[in-house]
Ligand binder design. Structure first.
Ligand code: G3H
Length: 263
């Protein structure tokens, strides 16, 4: 069987950090820290707060930076009376190519369930955005060793009703909730276990060709010091980075991981 090449993706989720002035500085510094060759080898994306997106767009377009960007959430609806929400069409109009969907912080603080996440994935695709679909288990589920079925159930729920072709356009991010912002990183083997099972589930539900095209990221306390070992796993195609993406030099080091692994 021919081996499959998936372009590594490093996505920096800024969460509710950095105003638009700080966003401009960070994006400029990040771009200056990476060569064209490095940015071509590893797709580099930032997910700033909504209020920063126009500024990031101006910086990226103005200097033709090879950095992608996107939102951290979107409405499942196209438009209308949904105070405080932002539509996929609005993100697309700002040049976004990605949007995070179903992050554990949205599931926890905004009570998003699999049905809402499913509607948001569909809304992202309908607007030409690549959803970064986040799945992951809490500590209790991990301790009960139910993490694989839990994550596969979240995956099934989020992808319900999508065609195989649509699924190839989705990025999945496995983020064990107990490893987010805690400094506790899953071992590379933990990351591989779930990412591998996610890919197997995609083979079962769709087919091998579809599953081979889907990029699966790991997220949870990723840093420049641990990214290489995580990226050495066969089913891990990148990382969703929180805290470490707020420091341009540290995030750039993460994006330069192939230089430490020869990947
Ligand atoms: O979206 C990113 C994840 O929640 C990971 O955050 P973290 O790198 O700060 O642990």
């Amino acid at each position: 069987m021919a081996s499959v090449t998936r372009r590594p993706l490093m996505a920096g989720n800024w969460k509710m950090n950095l105003n638009h002035l700080e966003a401009n500085l960070l994006v400029q510094k990040l771009a200056a820290s990476l060569t064209e060759q490095q940015l071509t080898a590893v797709e580099t994306v930032v997910l700033p707060p909504f209020t920063d997106l126009r500024t990031v767009q101006t910086a990226v377009d103005g200097d033709k930076l090879l950095i992608g960007y996107g939102g951290q959430d979107l409405s499942p609806y196209q438009s209308g009376a949904y105070t405080g929400d932002i539509s996929g069409a609005m993100l697309a109009k700002l040049g976004c190519t990605y949007v995070a969907v179903g992050h554990s912080e949205r599931r926890q603080y905004h009570y998003e369930d699999d049905a809402i996440v499913n509607a948001k994935v569909a809304a992202a695709l309908a607007n030409g955005l690549t959803p970064i679909l986040c799945i992951g288990e809490g500590l209790e589920i991990r301790e009960q060793l139910r993490h694989v079925p839990h994550c596969c159930d979240q995956l099934d729920g989020a992808l319900k009703g999508l065609t195989a072709e649509q699924v190839t356009k989705v990025v999945v991010a496995y983020e064990p909730v107990w490893a987010i912002g805690t400094g506790k990183t899953a071992t590379p083997e933990d990351a591989q276990e779930v990412c591998g099972e996610v890919r197997k589930r995609l083979v079962e539900t769709y087919d091998q060709g579809t599953a081979d095209q889907v990029r699966i990221l790991y997220g949870g306390s990723v840093k420049s010091s641990n990214v290489a070992s995580i990226m050495s796993q066969p089913d891990v195609d990148g990382a969703l980075v929180g805290g470490a993406s707020l420091d341009a030099e540290e995030f750039a080091k993460i994006c330069r991981f192939p230089e430490h692994t020869g990947r």
